[in-house]
Design a protein around this ligand. Structure first.
Ligand code: NDP
Length: 255
């Protein structure tokens, strides 16, 4: 098992890609701090892990990444005594482009997708320096290329990618690796959370299928396997990398 006994914090483990990441990491032997605000959903993730992996250690940390960085670190260390890997997965979408921009929504997206990551990574860093650990950020294809009409989200993920590259350079001399995965469209609750449902969602899904060169959207486990790779010593010579998991979409020219 590539992550045997490693202690991993997964933010946004209560849903979608984060729940899948928790499953794959548990199968690879990791001990997990499952972070999110929705405790019932975190418990559902933990039950799934317990059904799948005999003797798994997974603790629930009910926390908001925008304001609870110290609590997340303190509860993880209290449970496990160390931190080897931080997976910054929690994230939200925003709606619209500049003309119809809701500045409060912009602040909220940046606060969660960027500022929350910065705060938590900074709080975890002393522990990663001790363990020579790793960070994996869940960014997006929207960080690698522009999409008209996805302003807040694209800006937050592009900034997150630069954060990944800069911190990777800063931490390389101390042996801490920092990488990101950049998924294309993956079916989760993320669109429903901002009210994209029913016919609007179906139309969006059809456009997404057509716009990925591989001719389909992604699956949560395709992202999770890449996260597990970057978190493990299998990726011991990889840092500052942005890993597209997007059916080839990042290479398309923006229209
Ligand atoms: P979901 O909406 O299914 O899950 C989002 C997760 O983030 C939830 O577990 C939620 O937990 C958590 N979260 C959101 N805000 C906070 C917060 N303030 N504090 C703590 N947890 C928070 O979305 P996905 O699984 O799709 O998204 C996961 C990541 O993948 C995001 O960073 C997203 O940008 C990225 N991504 C997703 C793509 C897709 O097509 N689905 C494509 C590219 C990237 P809770 O509700 O418990 O607070």
């Amino acid at each position: 098992m590539s992550l045997s006994e490693k202690v991993v914090i997964v933010t946004g483990a209560s849903s979608g890609i984060g729940a899948a990441i928790a499953q794959v990491l548990a199968r690879e032997g990791a001990r997990l701090a499952l972070v999110g605000r929705n405790v019932a959903n975190l418990e559902a993730t933990r039950r799934t892990l317990q059904q799948q992996v005999k003797g798994v250690r997974a603790e629930i940390v009910a926390a908001d990444v925008t304001k609870d960085a110290a609590l997340i670190v303190q509860q993880t260390v209290a449970q496990f005594g160390r931190i080897d890997v931080l997976v910054n997965n929690a994230g939200i979408l925003g709606k619209g482009g500049l003309i119809d921009l809701d500045i409060e929504e912009f602040d909220s997206v940046l606060n969660t997708n960027l500022r929350g990551v910065v705060l938590l990574t900074k709080a975890v860093l002393p522990h990663l320096l001790e363990t020579k650990g790793a960070v994996v950020n869940v960014s997006s294809c929207a960080g690698l290329r522009p999409f008209a009409g996805a302003l807040s989200y694209g800006v937050s993920k592009a900034a997150l990618d630069q954060f990944t590259r800069i911190v990777a350079l800063e931490m390389a001399p101390q042996g801490v690796r920092v990488n990101s995965v950049n998924p294309g469209f993956v079916v989760t609750n993320i669109h429903e959370r901002i009210g994209i449902v029913d016919e609007e969602y179906k139309a969006m899904l059809q456009r997404a299928i057509a716009s990925h060169p591989l001719g389909r959207v992604g699956d949560v486990f395709e992202v999770a396997e890449a996260v597990a790779f970057l978190a493990s010593s299998k990726a011991s010579f990889t840092t500052g990398a942005l890993f597209p998991i997007d059916g080839g979409k990042h290479n398309l020219t923006p229209r």
